[in-house]
Design a protein around this ligand. Structure first.
Ligand code: NAD
Length: 515
């Protein structure tokens, strides 16, 4: 980042490709004043956006869906440029974003339809009850760097469909994709309710200080600070934080397949996914075969700086700092007795770190307790499923988990014993691409969830309750003034008849204490 003495307008952030250090862009470091001014503008535009109605907003989301399709290749180039990831890993982001925008455009209408509940008591029959869903005016979305295009899309589409205006503050490490999204929104001529402001933690903090709802994805440390700031302002928030996802391999499993799945779950995006497999517990009878298979498969992976060739499986890490965290965790484990079976060090080029398998590890080591967010797979032998569950639950995190078994019912039973927000049986990441299910973490992995049917869009709304009289209106309601013993008795007796049980319903019995 280059800092000059002149004011905020001159402050810029340099974006480099971590695979080779090449400069790929520069973005402004926006000030708190600029954030406040943008939020004011968004607030003014939002009313019109809400007034368009769900169908009107869905039309714009569909046009944006087309824009994403038309610009897929260029966006994927940009994802690679600012992250150093492989083409194979980068390719999936735009199609997943398209799938998501379609999901909200298609379902928002039914998810946001007014509800007309029946009164909870016959006494309420005189009113028609309506519950509506009205958006928070400005939703602030703060994102990390691991999926630079998808992370903003994960939350922006639902908030826009709900009728909110959206301000995104992308990671300072990978701000270019989010900027492109905002340009695309303007290019299709959509109402100006989707903006992106770039900058670091201070810019993010200014967003938290001004918006009406904060959707944060990032580290648990930052999430905690945001929760405190939102608490001070009494505004709602939703936090998608770090994880330490366990994989449990049962003895009845197809070992080769489980190893391939865990390899993908642990090493996709160089392990820089919140729901990466970060620790593996294997039942003793298949431990040796599993380790052997995994090590052979990891050793065969190709690592390097890719372009559009699909020539490599594993790319660079997004930052040197993240690479150094992995280096530190490996050193800590080895110092405490762990063995490296393959990989184990930075390659020396760019920010690449070799995909690594560790054994002889235990929960005294950082690689088993702290989030790695890197290409590291530590494996522990367990006596049986009870030990696996105990160790899997021995974490401050509770994002997701995987279970690998030939017995799907057993897998599902085991899932219900895990203290995590999602469990995938015989696959990794499956919950992330099934929008009908919520994606959210337990414990230190977050508060709230994204998507998951109606709840995923209603979270961006305030519920409003409306009561409307049915039938003729009395000149005065029974409890309006002036006070009257007779009217009070009628109302309270009626309530007792409805709400008390058995003989207690009888007005005379109660009044004379004859029960
Ligand atoms: P981070 O917490 O350092 O930063 C995330 C974002 O918060 C960045 O945009 C940053 O500029 C901003 N920020 C920093 N300080 C802030 C403050 N005080 N107020 C407001 N904003 C602030 O996280 P990171 O290193 O960018 O991302 C990696 C983390 O993200 C990992 O822990 C990973 O598990 C997590 N993550 C979680 C999910 C999920 O869905 N649960 C998905 C992806 C990543």
């Amino acid at each position: 980042m280059s800092d000059t003495a002149t004011p905020d307008l001159e402050r810029t952030i340099e974006v480099r490709n971590p695979a080779d250090g090449r400069l790929v862009g520069k973005v402004p470091e926006e000030s708190a004043a600029s954030v406040a001014a943008t939020v004011r503008e968004l607030r003014l535009q939002q009313a019109e956006w809400e007034a368009l109605g769900v169908a009107g907003r869905a039309k714009w989301l569909r046009r944006f869906q087309d824009w994403l399709v038309d610009h897929s290749a260029r966006l994927t180039d940009l994802i690679q440029a600012e992250t150093g990831k492989t083409r194979f890993d980068a390719e999936i982001e735009v199609p997943a974003a398209i799938d998501l925008v379609k999901y909200w455009a298609r379902n928002a209408q039914s998810f946001l339809a007014d509800e007309r509940p029946a009164p909870h008591s016959p006494i309420g029959l005189g009113k028609r009850l309506v519950q509506t869903f009205r958006p928070y005016p400005v939703v602030g979305i703060i994102t990390p760097w691991n999926l630079p295009l998808l992370n903003p899309c994960f939350d922006a589409f639902a908030a826009l469909a709900a009728g909110a205006a959206v301000l995104i503050k992308p990671s300072e490490v990978t701000p270019l994709c989010a900027q492109e999204l905002a340009k695309g929104w303007a290019e299709i001529g959509a109402p100006p309710v989707f903006r992106v402001l770039t900058g670091g933690g201070d810019t993010g903090s200014a967003v938290v200080d001004t918006v009406d709802f904060v959707q944060f994805t990032g580290s648990t440390r930052t999430g905690r600070a945001i929760a405190v700031a939102c608490g001070q302002r009494l505004i709602p928030y939703s936090l998608e934080l770090g994880g330490k996802d366990p994989a449990i391999v049962l003895a009845d499993v197809d070992v080769e397949r489980a190893a391939a799945g865990i390899l993908y779950g642990g090493l996709f995006n160089s392990g820089q996914v919140c729901i990466s497999v970060e620790r593996v517990y294997v039942e003793a009878p298949v431990y040796d075969r599993f380790v052997q298979s995994l090590v052979a498969q990891v050793a065969a992976l190709r690592q390097g700086a890719d372009d559009r060739r699909f020539a490599f499986d594993i790319g660079a890490m997004a930052t040197a700092a993240q690479r150094d965290i992995v280096t530190g965790q490996v050193a800590d484990a080895v110092a405490k007795g762990a063995r490296i079976l393959t990989g184990g060090k930075a390659t020396g080029a760019g920010t690449f770190f070799e995909p690594t398998v560790l054994v002889d590890v235990d929960h005294s080591m950082l690689c088993l307790t702290e989030e790695t967010f890197g290409p590291l797979i530590p494996i522990i032998r367990v006596a049986g499923e009870d030990e696996a569950v105990r160790l899997a639950n021995d974490s401050v995190y509770g994002l997701s988990a995987t279970v690998w078994t030939a017995d799907r019912r057993r897998g599902e039973r085991l899932a219900r014993r895990l203290e995590v927000g999602a469990v995938n049986i015989n696959d990794a990441f499956a919950n992330l691409v099934n929008f009908a299910l919520p994606m959210g973490g337990w414990k230190d992995s977050g508060i709230g969830a994204r998507w998951g049917g109606a709840a995923g869009i209603r979270k961006y709304c305030r519920t409003q309750a409306i009561t409307v009289p049915r039938g003729p209106e009395l000149p005065r309601e029974p409890l309006w003034y002036p006070a009257s013993r007779w009217r009070s008795r009628v109302v309270t007796t009626l309530m007792r008849v409805v709400d008390a049980r058995g003989r207690r319903k009888l007005p005379f019995a109660v009044r004379r204490n004859q029960l």
